[in-house]
Design a protein. Structure first.
Length: 426
């Protein structure tokens, strides 16, 4: 009996020590909140906050389709369940009308709600932690200027144990530390501004970095590309010329891609088209250029040394050539040359020859739509072929374009097409 009691007391003591350690780790860098609100809102501050909220693409997640802006309720699918975005309007009962600017800053910087509860990193506070207090205050002033919407917050639908604060506390202890934007003294002010926007409000690493089994990114692999969880689009590496690196582009072209969605070297599709539509098209010229300068300054990773892929079967190439002639050549050209300003070239197109063919298959299935922007208000689009072509036809035509006109990449099998359909219910 004594041994049993000793074992139980030891286990309880260990749990208590672990809990104390987790609390300590999750309070790193936090200071007591001030008792009173000190923020003085002005029209200029509100205007600046509106701009910064767009840079952070806040409305995209905190607005449901057809719903009131910033009223929350949008489901964000994760491998662990669904996280529902919160109401950011100034409704005192359901929104953030009763919050202070310090509490809002704590949410961005420490990932903690008004009542102290830990927030799920579907809200990208691992990036927003780098947002300055001044910018946080400006965003808060803007949100407080919006019409109050009495939209109740929806409870998250996460599986156990991911639904518990204890599990979230462990995750944060392992993978999150609040940080500050640090200027590189050897770099220009423009570069450092770009670093602040890309790594903070822009939260580019949230998509363009691989995640581990617990959904965390690591700084060591930042910008090296990754499959966006659940959405199943591949966000290509921004630090690799063979994927989406822009080091060799003209800076003006990188800025144009961010602001318009198109550049002489390529265009945006999939989730990045939504980012441009809702967020980066509103960047000031100076900020777009700063982000471009920073992205061009990323340390480049060389392509992995791989043996040349085996030649695809002649039957698949023949079938793909026939499908291409019937459905693709009218826009993309007999030689895959495309039409400048209208239809992208497929020859020498690195998006076509990515090691992971997911994006190419998804575009053929669902179509490709560029964002309508002030700089490109009437973009051309590509229709979906999910109801027109069989899995065998799509596998063949994607294999064909990945291995024609000088392109060279592994072929695409019907199982990859089937999986793309299955994942999105197509």
């Amino acid at each position: 009996m004594k041994r049993i009691l000793w074992t139980i007391s030891s286990a309880l003591a260990a749990i208590g020590i672990l809990a104390a350690v987790l609390v300590t780790l999750n309070l790193r860098g936090e200071e007591p909140l001030p008792a009173t609100e000190s923020l003085q809102s002005t029209p200029e501050l509100v205007q600046r906050g509106e701009y910064l909220a767009r840079v952070g693409n806040c409305m995209a997640c905190h607005t449901t389709q057809g719903g009131a802006s910033y009223a929350g309720g949008r489901g964000i699918e994760t491998p662990f369940g669904v996280v529902y975005s919160s109401n950011l309007t100034p409704d005192k009962a359901r929104g953030i009308g009763a919050w202070t600017s310090a509490e809002f800053w704590r949410a961005l910087h420490h990932g903690r709600s008004k009542n102290g509860r830990l927030l799920y990193p579907a809200f990208p506070y691992p990036n927003y932690t780098q947002v300055t207090r001044a910018d946080s205050d400006a965003i808060f002033a803007y949100l407080q200027s919006l019409p109050a919407v009495a939209e109740p917050n929806r409870p998250h639908a996460l599986r156990f144990p991911y639904s518990t604060q204890a599990a979230l506390g462990v995750w944060r202890a392992l993978f999150f530390s609040p940080s500050e934007p640090l200027a590189e003294p050897t770099q220009t002010a423009e570069y450092n501004r770009g670093a602040y926007l890309v790594n903070g409000l822009g939260h580019c690493t949230a998509c363009h970095t691989p995640r581990n089994a617990l959904g965390a990114t690591t700084e060591a692999r930042a910008f090296s590309g990754g499959l966006i969880p659940v959405q199943n689009w591949y966000a290509p590496a921004l630090n690799a010329a063979h994927e989406a690196g822009v080091k060799e582009w003209r800076t003006e072209d990188v800025a144009a891609l961010l602001q318009t969605g198109v550049a002489p070297q390529g265009s945006v599709l999939g989730p990045m088209a939504e980012v441009v539509f809702r967020s980066t098209q509103y960047l000031s010229d100076a900020d777009a250029r700063a982000m471009a300068v920073y992205l061009q300054g990323l340390t480049q990773q060389p392509p992995a040394e791989r043996a040349p892929p085996p030649a695809p079967p002649a039957a698949a190439m023949a079938r793909g050539a026939k499908v291409y002639e019937q459905h693709c050549a009218a826009c993309h050209g007999d030689q895959g040359q495309g039409e400048p300003g209208a239809f992208p070239a497929l020859a020498a197109n690195r998006a076509v020859t990515l090691a992971d063919p997911t994006n190419l298959v998804r575009v053929v299935l669902q179509g490709g739509y560029l964002p309508a922007t002030a700089g490109n208000p009437r973009p051309h689009g590509m229709p979906p072929f999910q109801q027109v072509l069989s899995d065998e036809d799509i596998a063949a035509v994607t294999t064909f374009v990945r291995n024609q006109w000088g392109n060279q990449a592994p072929g695409v099998g019907t199982i990859e097409v089937y999986r793309a359909r299955e994942r999105r219910g197509l």
